[in-house]
Ligand binder design. Structure first.
Ligand code: NAP
Length: 280
């Protein structure tokens, strides 16, 4: 089974659109997302544009606040403070990466946890790892929803996650622990990656190394979620050798068309949750 992330993301977006339209009738208000974009990195500009377009399509008003590459940290922090206090702003996102003069840690800490649609603020990270209600980072949330499309009950499954980033690997591990999986996280210093991967019933690869996971790294009937986005020549490919594994796995995500569309859908989902938390 090839997991169709595009289709699943569309279903989520349709549900969000419907809910926003119902909430608008009740409250005369709609969610709004403020995206801060610093500098002119081409991929960041594309991501932000896509986020804005997807937000608009479901009825979330979206505003891009653009700064030049040399903007001061103080100016960005002041803007975040203003947005934190603005009752018409439901969610705030600062597009990463940031230029060197701006501390990622300070920026992430400055976004109020209740408006932190990326789920990166340490309060949300702490709530997630404590098993409390929290805003969950969009990509791992999207991965979990895709896994649950294949199998509802994950209790007792062995999940192996390749990558330990704050963005992907660590929150993915917390989500799967919450689902009662036995979780192994592996990374660049892991001694025998293949041996660890062979234990997996569920494998999530969030690495950034093209075709890292080979056919003889996994057992049969596994669920494989490929988070990787790697540009090789003109093609975008994942961290998993898709062609070698598509017939071995029980279910596998393609790249593109797997996790990517779910990330944006989950951003919209988080923005709606932030709106509801403020308004209802
Ligand atoms: P990251 O911060 O660079 O983390 C990569 C992780 O992979 C690190 O933990 C690193 O280990 C580990 N790693 C690197 N090389 C390895 C190797 N040869 N063997 C085992 N582990 C290795 O990356 P990220 O932000 O998590 O992103 C990972 C990938 O997902 C990238 O391709 C990115 O473009 C993609 N991505 C996709 C989406 C989406 O929506 N589909 C969203 C976000 C990111 P160490 O910790 O030891 O360095």
């Amino acid at each position: 089974m090839i997991i169709d992330g595009k289709k699943e993301a569309e279903l989520i977006r349709n549900e969000i659109k419907k809910e926003i339209s119902e909430l608008k009738k009740k409250t005369a208000k709609t969610p709004s997302l403020s995206v801060i974009l610093i500098g002119d990195l081409a991929p960041s500009k594309i991501y932000v544009k896509n986020k804005e377009k997807s937000a608009r399509e479901v009825g979330i008003s979206s505003k891009i606040i653009q700064y030049p590459k040399n903007v001061s940290e103080k100016d960005v922090l002041m803007k975040i403070d203003e947005l934190n206090k603005d009752e018409n702003t439901s969610g705030i996102l600062v597009q990463l990466p940031l230029p060197n003069q701006i501390s990622k840690e300070k920026i992430i800490n400055a976004i109020h946890p209740s408006k932190d649609v990326d789920g990166f603020n340490p309060i949300n990270v702490g709530n997630l790892s404590s098993g409390y209600k929290s805003i969950v980072p969009c990509t791992p949330l999207g991965c979990l929803l895709l896994i649950k499309q294949v199998e509802k009950n994950l209790s007792g499954k062995h999940a192996v996650i390749i990558g330990r980033s704050n963005l992907n690997g660590k929150p993915m591990a917390q989500l799967l622990l919450k689902e009662n999986c036995t979780v192994t996280i592996v990374h660049s210093k892991t001694k025998n990656l293949q041996k660890e991967c062979l234990k997996a019933d569920i494998l999530v690869a969030a690495v950034g190394v093209p075709n890292l996971v080979k056919k003889d790294w996994v057992k049969d009937n596994i669920i494989i979620i490929d988070v990787g986005i790697n540009k090789v020549g003109e093609k975008i490919i994942g961290d998993v050798s898709f062609d070698d594994l598509r017939n071995k796995a029980k279910a596998i995500t393609p790249v593109p068309g797997g996790v990517g569309p779910m990330t944006i859908a989950c951003l919209l989902k988080n923005t709606l949750e932030c709106f509801k938390a403020h308004q209802l």
